[in-house]
Design a protein around this ligand. Sequence first.
Ligand code: SF4
Length: 346
Amino acid sequence: MPAMESFYNLSFSDLEGQLKKNGLKTTAASLLFNWHYKKKNISPCVNNVSKDTISYIADNYNFELPKIHTVHEAEDRTVKFLFELSDGRRVESVLIPFHNKYSICLSSQVGCAMKCSFCFTGTQGLKRNLDASEIIGQFLGANQWLRTNRPDEERILNIVFMGQGEPLHNFDAVKKACEIFIAQEGMSIGIQKITISTSGYIPGLQRWKNEIPGVNLALSLHAVDDEIRNELIPINRKYPLREVLDYIDDLPLSKKQFVTYEYLLIADLNDSEAHARELGELLKGKRAYINIIPFNPFPGSNYQRPSDEKADGFKRILGEYKIPTLIRKTKGDDVLAACGQLNTAD
Ligand code: SF4
């Protein structure tokens, strides 16, 4: 018998379609989404739905979540999860606290094909794509953990696809997961609360423009010239920076939307005053935020972290160009949870 499909692979309209196809009332879709996503129950729903619907769901879908293999809690309350998937592969997700709420950083692939030179995940190569249920499962698994361990803080308000993988390289599953996150009948997370971070994978950007334009975009920029960017993000050779930036400039942003440009600051590589000025020139006048992320060395990495003074100076220069800039505190440093340093190996 083939394995049952995960319920968490169904968007709201998929579920309605399946119920209809099987001669069941489509109104049950709202009840099921409410039960599983609004109330976040992980056991099958037996309230207010017909017996036929209960048996159809029980016969066709499973509700298994990725297993929590390990949890690391950092002093600043960041929580890093290593989830084990049904085939034994592992991915990481990170809960990042702000006040009594959280952002969650999700993985979209096991490993990654982009091979960025500063990235722990990139050293592993792409093992496989996650499906939507494995993305949703990271969220629900982390939420369950919060419910048990920090019951007063069970609120995940923002979602960022910045964990393992290039999300736009696994577009279908990421899009389906976004549809489930934003469904009014379920979690009802505002589309503007979701951010997808990309290395500049243009085929995915093309689909983003047509299929999920309301989702926020973050570009891993990290360098202002192709020579350094080629070293850091090899896909830049195929999709050079100017092409990516031109493409992003043409994206239809809503009034409140900005593009976030992530800039990994690496000592003696891209952290000079001249680099800051080039970056300012490149982005001035655009609907841009800049996140400066001081590099967080990991065992075996070739790069070094710049001093705090250097990062502050870099930010000060960008201020002259009137671009809102943040230095991202690498929350979870002590559990190696900062971006691009996720590790599925034990
Ligand atoms: S930084 Fe992101 S895109 Fe680059 S290799 Fe790592 S996970 Fe992939």
